[in-house]
Design a protein around this ligand. Sequence first.
Ligand SMILES: Nc1nc2c(c(=O)[nH]1)N[C@H]1C(S)=C(S)[C@@H](COP(=O)(O)O)O[C@H]1N2
Ligand SMILES: [Mo]
Length: 507
Amino acid sequence: MEKFPTDETVWHGFVNWEKYPDRKEEAEKVLKQHTFTPIPEFQLIPLPSTNPILLGHRWKEYHLALGPNLNKIHEESWKIFKEEKRENMLVVLDFPMNCEPKRSDLLKSHITPNDIHFVRNHGGVPTVSDVNKYSIAIGGLVKNPGELLFNDLKDPAKFEQVEMTITLQCSGTRRIEQINLYPGEGDAHIHFIRPWAEGAISTARYKGVQVKDVIAYFGGVLPEGLHIEAIGADTYFKKNKVFNYTVSVPYRKAKYDEALLAYEMNGEPLPKIHGGPLRLVVPGVIGARSTKWVTNINILPEPSMGPVQRQEYLYYTQQVGKHNATFARGFSIQDMPVSSAILTPGDKEAIVHDGFIHCEGWAYSGGGSWVERVEISIDGGFIWNEVPEENLSPKHYYAMRLWKMDVPVPVEGWIELVVRCWDSHINTQPTYVRTAWNWTLHVTSSAHRVPVYSINRSIPATAQRLKLLEEHGEPIVPITHPVEFAVEGEDEYLDAMRLKGSREPVE
Ligand SMILES: Nc1nc2c(c(=O)[nH]1)N[C@H]1C(S)=C(S)[C@@H](COP(=O)(O)O)O[C@H]1N2
Ligand SMILES: [Mo]
């Protein structure tokens, strides 16, 4: 008899921990007998330029320790990643899989193709072996708890099938800015704190059934039912304990048709890596609340006790850190704040242009707000240029907008490009990273800053120099490249100096 059984006729890689507390106890005993690879430092040393950037040895070892039904899941998950994702994805951590699209790919369309949608996993990818047998359990504070077959959920005679355009954003998006500016100041665990850049955000058109309708099918919610808990089939580890991935959102979200059980993504069956065959998608809140590989929906009187809900995704203020952080001192991150990013040009790029630098990026706001205005500054955030409405992708209730603009840059030299978004609630972004810095380095929502070197050909002196470089066959970039020839003759220099007049005052 295996210690941690799975029902392979329905699921592969799904050990039901939440239904069998004795399995949890047993797993804890097993894990306590092992010593696992220490968690590497990654903030105080430069990140390697490899892809994958970081390797998750410890999480693999946790799964290996639990034996036959989970000890191959890291290899199987990697295989699924290879099958479902584009080769050029930037892998922030290999296991659990955390990857973001290449910036230029993300900018191509405001609906993100499935093969480049970012992925954020906390464990392996469980798979359903027989969809005809797959069902989810509806429990807790509903009138008639029961089981719902996946095939029944998809039946239009039983449930209205709806489509919604939704952006998912991981609350760790743009964390790299907090790490780069203040290395070593925040929490240091690579399995919770990953160095995400601007790509942990993507948009898709989902098809599915509203949770509200599913609950109504089971007789409706009881008066004390205030939260929707969704349990996933993957295994999550925390301090030698095991869980199935479990989070919750207020039931209010379902009332407003903002909790969708989705089985289709951009017209295709939900990819395995994105929670296929069925996941919850909750617009407006952090990605973490959209449980993948759903096994249970429970209606609860208060938020789920799952550690991902209660002990992760907490936002601390500046004065809470390593030695005074308690779960109760943080507040649970739900709605996404207003945010934006410049995806091109890149950090410290030197750009040759004729007076305008082409910029592109995204802007997003959660919690029932949408993007109203995007602004770009070239002076660090004093003067702002508004992105014209026609340069913004379509407005949706629950989606980011891509933007582009040829920003006027009249100078040669270093400038700081800054983007900020204004949402439908007239909220805008904090000016500096420090303003919203927090111990767990979540929701980096400050205005995104990208220093670039402007090489402005519309300035005569610059145009002349570029011509000279061309004649001598010398490169314009990098700007650190030393010029091997004299850039001005002695006569030319003296003429210019004499024009300036005498160096000494006349009297
Ligand atoms: N079951 C399960 N659901 C999950 C997760 C997970 O690890 N397991 N990760 C969450 C997090 S933190 C995010 S940001 C989103 C990412 O969804 P995606 O991988 O489809 O982009 O899924 C959420 N749902
Ligand atoms: Mo996330």
